[in-house]
Design a protein around this ligand. Structure first.
Ligand code: HEC
Ligand code: HEC
Ligand code: HEC
Length: 340
């Protein structure tokens, strides 16, 4: 007999729907967007994410308390827009997606619920996984992840790379497998593609190692943020070696584009182009795909590298960023000077 479970489900469903409606009418009838309304809305999140927003493993719902406001809002919009939770094997994403759709019809709902979530204390989830080589994971993290997520794991808004200090290990590992397998991040903007590029060919064992390392970072005192990177050196170049249409001002602009969130080149090629695990050095006058002349550098930045010769991942057209032709020519001018 399948009746009982169906009825039971219906009853629970109607009760939940009624509660939701009450919350929404209560929330919309009078109260302005903001913390109060956010707290009411959060009643619909807590069955999965927990009263404290610290997540529930049995439902695959991660900690959201401790996340940054910009990141939480962006993810809710991604779920709603079908950029996340789109893949038929993504059980957790598919579970979350209707929530984002049902809830946020009224203006200010996303802002309100996020404001409330951000006001919750940062959880410090326990390690649930056994194994994982922390030392190997640290090397992996510094080589592959730190340029975007920071050496301290706090993330970087200009790169849209979230903090990981509040996340559960089972969720980190599952997300990394999803990016690797294109179950997450295959739709959307250039930032997601760069996250996926970082995961190309990374084995489950390496995922377990890096996750184990991230869990040790979470236990570091929260206040000790990594120091900001040293300022970039002034451009010191003989204008005589520059191609005809290139100026020193272009090289200076290119230095900024390369080493910041504008062009995000440093996330793979590392600051000042010294090279790293994801992309080759650009300082040594040895080229894999081009002859190193100015126009060839411009062209490869325009086109990206879909199938790298030696390095994992790939490089998107214009690095996946909305760079104008002038900005591409400026960053190419900077790259041109690096090996000269
Ligand atoms: C039915 C269970 C369920 C409910 C209710 C629910 N969520 Fe989720 N949520 C999930 C699951 C499962 C995931 C993980 C998806 C994945 O693994 O990609 C998730 C992921 C998220 C994420 C992404 C977190 C990250 O680090 O990327 C945010 C933000 C989020 N939920 C916010 C909310 C908010 C706000 C509400 C209430 C309005 C809510 N959720 C209600 C199950 C739920
Ligand atoms: C090129 C920059 C870049 C690199 C390198 C990178 N990430 Fe990311 N990462 C991102 C961005 C951007 C996102 C958000 C993408 C999205 O919205 O789905 C992200 C998302 C994540 C998430 C999901 C967080 C959540 O709350 O759902 C995890 C976990 C993560 N990265 C871990 C790593 C690890 C571990 C590495 C190294 C193996 C790494 N990342 C390398 C940029 C990067
Ligand atoms: C997501 C990682 C990533 C980002 C971001 C990225 N690159 Fe690359 N880049 C690569 C990879 C991978 C290759 C090809 C390496 C190979 O063929 O093995 C490459 C190749 C290049 C080359 C040619 C090097 C050669 O030896 O053939 C240049 C020049 C270059 N990138 C410049 C840039 C600039 C400028 C930016 C920023 C606008 C940028 N890259 C952003 C990953 C990246």
């Amino acid at each position: 007999m399948t009746r009982f479970p169906t009825k039971h489900f219906n009853r629970t469903y109607h009760a939940t729907a009624a509660a939701l409606l009450a919350v929404l009418t209560g929330a919309c009838g009078g109260s302005e967007p903001g913390l109060v309304r956010g707290e009411l809305l959060f009643d619909t999140c807590s069955p999965c994410h927990g009263d404290d927003g610290a997540g529930k493993q049995s439902l695959g719902a991660p900690a959201i308390a401790g996340g940054s406001g910009w990141y939480l809002s962006a993810q809710l919009l991604k779920f709603r827009g079908g950029v996340r939770g789109y893949h038929h094997t993504d059980d957790e994403g598919l579970r979350m997606r209707p929530m984002s759709r049902a809830l946020f019809d009224a203006t200010g709902d996303i802002e309100s619920v996020v404001e409330y979530v951000v006001s919750l204390p940062i959880p410090d989830p326990p390690s649930t996984a056994e194994g994982g080589d922390v030392e190997a994971g640290e090397a992996e993290y510094l080589a592959l992840c730190a340029n975007c997520h920071g050496r301290d794991g706090r993330g970087d808004e200009t790169l849209q790379a979230p903090s990981m200090l509040h996340l559960n290990d089972w969720y980190i590992a599952s997300s990394l497998r999803k990016y690797r397998d294109a179950v997450r991040g295959a739709r959307g903007d250039g930032f997601e593609a760069n996250m996926r590029a970082a995961m190309t060919g990374v084995t489950d064992e390496r995922i377990d190692n890096v996750t184990a390392y991230i869990m040790t970072m979470q236990r570091l005192p929260r206040k000790a943020a990594a120091p900001p990177p040293p300022p970039l050196p002034p451009i010191d170049i003989d204008p005589a070696i520059l191609p005809e249409e290139v100026t020193v001002a272009m090289v200076e602009e290119g230095q900024q584009i390369f080493n910041t969130g504008t062009g995000i080149c440093f996330t793979c090629h590392v600051r000042e182009g010294v090279g790293g695990a994801l992309a080759p050095p650009l300082i040594d006058d040895e080229w894999l795909n081009i002859d190193g002349e100015y126009e060839s550098i411009v062209q490869i930045i325009m086109d990206g590298v879909q199938e790298p010769m030696e390095y994992p991942g790939m490089m998107q057209e214009r690095a996946g960023m909305p760079l104008t032709d002038e900005q591409v020519r400026a960053v190419a001018a900077y790259v041109f000077t690096l090996s000269r």
